[in-house]
Design a protein. Structure first.
Length: 248
């Protein structure tokens, strides 16, 4: 342990158990969405998407959201795309059927699948997003996930995750109790933070997966973000060119 940075631990997240009741799982995911809105998770993703959309030359795009949950982040990305004149078709992937169904209701084309074995062809989506999911994986399995993200992405991969710290873990524990979150959400939120990354750890993982020069950026709310152009990049039109908006 190094001062403020706790050692990364393989804590058990209760929602990883497939036997959790669907009603409880759905409630917990709603609380996760609220936490993302209040504590920086949404902002970290939207800042990265804004960097991409400012330079996107077409009127349409596709985005695969790996670990989509209830589809809340995908919904916000579609709205953000509209502000930039881009119609984004979002494809949500989740391991749990109840969440894939909920993401479909939320407006995504949703499928059930495993992040380490994405059921998509090479270069199937313009953008591939993995938000707050990568910390669930370790070692060779984490490498497979990162490589799968790059395999399926045509133009950009975006990974956002938790930056590990005692302050973040304690802060979530206090906030989740005060907000009346379900005990599973309280437990899993703390476990997630302690399974999160330091900037150096996330950088090393992405490099080990074959990405030559990724830049890991810290975001508010103890978040980390990294994005890169997949290689080799396959260039394919996503729609009609759109007029440039110098004020975007």
């Amino acid at each position: 342990m190094r001062g403020w940075l706790p050692s990364r631990v393989d804590g058990i997240e209760l929602l990883d158990n497939p036997k959790v009741d669907d009603v409880i799982r759905t409630r917990a995911q709603r609380e996760v969405e609220r936490a993302n809105a209040w504590f920086g998770g949404n902002r970290a993703v939207l800042v990265e998407m804004r960097r991409v959309l400012r330079r996107w030359p077409f009127s349409r795009a596709t985005l695969l959201d790996v670990g989509t949950g209830l589809g809340g982040i995908a919904r916000m990305i579609r709205a953000q795309g509209q502000r930039y004149g881009v119609s984004i078709t979002t494809i949500g992937l989740d391991l749990r059927e109840v969440l894939a169904r909920a993401a479909r209701v939320s407006g995504s084309v949703a499928v059930r699948g495993d992040a380490s074995r994405l059921p998509f062809a090479d270069r199937a989506a313009d953008f591939v997003l993995c938000s707050q999911l990568l910390h669930h994986f370790r070692g060779a399995e984490a490498l497979r996930v990162v490589r799968e993200l790059g395999r399926v992405a045509r133009r950009r991969v975006i990974v956002c995750d938790l930056r590990r710290s005692w302050l973040a873990a304690g802060g979530f524990w206090l906030a989740s109790r005060g907000l009346g979150f379900h005990p599973i959400t309280q437990h899993d939120g703390v476990a997630s933070v302690l399974r999160g990354f330091s900037s150096a750890e996330l950088l090393a993982l992405i490099r080990a997966a074959g990405v030559p020069a990724p830049a890991v950026r810290r975001r508010l709310g103890f978040r980390l973000a990294v994005s890169w152009v997949p290689s080799p990049q396959v260039v394919r039109r996503a729609g009609k060119p759109r007029p440039r908006n110098p004020d975007a």
